[in-house]
Design a protein around this ligand. Sequence first.
Ligand SMILES: [Zn+2]
Length: 372
Amino acid sequence: MSDQAIVPDRQQQLPIYAKAHISSAIRFLRQGLPRTGIDNDQARLVIGFYCLATLDILDALESASSESEKEGWRSWIWAQQIRGIWGSGFRGSPGAATNQPASSEYDPPFLIMTYAALLSLAILRDPLTQLDREGLRKYLKISQREDGSFKLFPTSEEYDLRMTYCAFSICSMLDDWSSINIPSAVTFIQSCRTYEGGYGQEPNNEAHGGSTYCALASLHLVPPSSNYAGSSALLTPAQHAQTTRWLLHCQDASETGGGFAGRTNKVQDACYCFWCGASLDILGMAQVVNADANASFLLECQFRFGGIRKDRVSNPDPYHTYLALASLNILSKDTTNPPFEEALDPLWNARASTQLWLKQRLHATPATAAPA
Ligand SMILES: [Zn+2]
């Protein structure tokens, strides 16, 4: 059955099935991956992050989980911190190592897992005193390639804008950019720009919603003290207009649409409602999105018994669940449905109080207001 075969009646917008999504996220955290998800075992940390972020964005972590449970999750995440010849960072699960204990060249940290670990620990309100900052700085330095891009893990040949975004986010969380070469990294980001106005994962790749988000968020994370700060210095007015136009064209304007596609001439998919929607928010253009149509599509992607799907017919998963909620949060600010407690920061992809928690624990000059 195709997605388009289901013609929604949009006279009345669906409610958000928050209770069901909370139950689904908690079930994943308590029971782990289903047998069919065993291929994703090495990415357990990032899957856990999407579940925790779902609870955080729905303001449900406190009510849905016990103190001892949260302590168990914090301990498990810290057990993934690697200290070795590559410096220090996080792996996705014990299964990501090819030998034990975790200290050899065969047990490397991953940038994506390190980004997810820091945010997860902040959601769980961990004091972050166990973080090996010196080791993390060494790892960031080792991860950067000569062309400015960043490697998936230290011995990997794989590099793309996802890793650049994670490295920039980690530097921003630490408020310490001393271990990376910003000008070189910015040059790499610029080299991924395409004729359409979006960004590919690497130079000469097709424009893609996910990598466009990674590029724009990275450029906007560069600190004000750097010569590379601010979109005006990085995107010319003509580039800004071209990128905005391409992103807006990714939104499906048909009667059963409203969602965003990740590439030109592809079908709408819930995760791109975040990647493209947050990109437009970063560019200061969220107000020109058809937010009601986007919300209608995402709410139709909900599975009644918990979780959100990439479309109206696939199975739900933690990744699409969280990113759909994040898109609703960012683009539906002026509506009452759904009523999120707090706005989401589009650059870190974190709720405001979670972001503040990290800043207060990791920044040399901490933010002033204390979160409750
Ligand atoms: Zn998707």
